[in-house]
Design a binder for this molecule. Structure first.
Ligand SMILES: [Fe+2]
Ligand SMILES: [Zn+2]
Length: 388
């Protein structure tokens, strides 16, 4: 039998108190919030799911004339005779205590060190293309660990476009929708040479740094070309034990810049400055931004602080390269390595290019906005959830 509910108008809290018939409080719903969220066709557009009530027409002091629960629905009559109906199930889903519980937006991250070497989450390319649960689980692994491997992709360009289509769109940058990484003469970026690359995050010179990076190994060099990865959040967490170093790294903006000309002749001079460790207001990590090759010579700090900045940068770098913090993998042809570009730093060993031994990776970026959106849509379909 359905639970019977009743409602009380509580003037001191300006709220409707939804209770079971025997008096247990289900939820407190402020009058103004109920009026703002009326789901009638005049107040809420049914197909676009957009609010039609505007703040200009909303009275924060509004008080219902009548509130009653009938047949699992809260019915309200407002002073202007407007009527609102709220299913009890909808009110329960929107309880204020539950408002921050979007599991997709609040992943529980697991920091890692070298033990990750043998535990990298792996997904099959075909599964990600054809199975929504696999697609969801891959994105979730990226949220939790910041690193995941997709295996058995075709050994040709275009595989990451297929992955991008499964998310929706790739993140366009001034390298294009995708980029080809292979050794070439006169390279405008160190990534396009065959030299060793130190641990870094990409595009530190963008204010809007690409979030997820995917790199597809199409052709691997027979000599060198291993990739190194390091969980920057783990390193930053360890550095909290050195409060002064942590303070400097998390508050001193460092300048990054890059010049390049793309294949259409567009000239770019990108600049952005941000601390190496970026924090959210609650102290959790927002991003790591670190790349020696594009770090600018100028630092906008008093000259007497330069020495301590370099000490802190050196300490961060030393932590990154501790044996306990690094994993190394040599991608094989058909591997797609994916990682959170604002958390996991990546590097590459030098490699040899000969007539018979070349190396070719195709890369692209994906933003969390679209990846999380895909996760939510899959969850809504799998668990038959309606968007709130
Ligand atoms: Fe890179
Ligand atoms: Zn309405």
């Amino acid at each position: 039998m359905d639970t019977i509910f009743r409602v009380e108008l509580d003037l001191p809290s300006r709220s409707c108190l939804l209770k079971t018939n025997d008096g247990n409080l289900i939820g407190t719903y402020p009058y103004v919030w109920l009026r703002d969220n009326c789901r009638c066709d005049k107040c809420f557009h049914p197909s676009s799911l957009g609010r039609l009530v505007t703040m200009a027409n909303l009275d924060p002091d509004i008080i219902p004339d009548v509130a009653e629960v009938h047949a699992q629905t809260l019915n309200i009559r407002w002073p202007d005779d407007h009527r609102s109906q709220f299913p009890v199930s909808w009110l329960q889903e929107n309880q204020f205590s539950n408002m921050s519980k979007d599991p997709v937006s609040t992943p529980v991250r697991q920091f890692w060190g070298k033990e990750m070497q043998h535990k990298i989450p792996k997904f099959s390319f075909q599964d990600i293309l054809h199975n929504d649960k696999s697609l969801h689980d891959w994105i979730e692994a990226l949220q939790v660990h910041g690193l995941a491997l997709i295996i058995d992709a075709p050994h040709k360009e275009g595989a990451i476009l297929e992955i991008g289509k499964r998310i929706s769109i790739l993140k366009m940058t001034n390298f294009g929708n995708t980029f080809q990484l292979y050794s070439k003469p006169g390279a405008g970026n160190l990534g396009y040479t065959n030299t060793e690359l130190g641990l870094h995050t990409d595009m530190t010179y963008y204010a809007y740094t690409p979030n997820i990076q995917i790199l597809h190994c199409i052709k691997q060099s027979s000599n060198g070309g291993e990739n190194q990865f390091c969980d920057g959040y783990k390193v930053a967490e360890d550095l909290r034990h050195k409060p002064e170093v942590f303070r400097i790294l998390s508050t001193t903006p460092i300048d990054f810049r890059d010049w390049r000309t793309d294949s259409d002749g567009n000239m770019f001079h990108m600049k952005h400055r941000s601390p190496i460790i970026q924090l959210l207001p609650d102290g959790r990590f927002k991003a790591i931004s670190y790349c020696d090759s594009v770090r600018a010579p100028y630092i906008q700090i008093p000259v007497q602080d330069v020495y301590t900045i370099y000490q802190a940068l050196k300490m961060f770098n030393t932590e990154l390269y501790k044996e306990e913090n690094i994993i190394e993998i040599k991608l094989i042809e058909g591997d797609i390595v994916s990682f959170d570009n604002q958390r996991v730093l990546h590097g590459r060993s030098g490699f040899t290019v000969t007539e018979t031994s070349t190396r070719h990776l195709e890369g692209a970026y994906i933003d969390w906005d679209e990846a999380c959106s895909r996760m939510r849509v899959i969850r809504e379909q799998m668990f038959n959830q309606k968007p709130l």
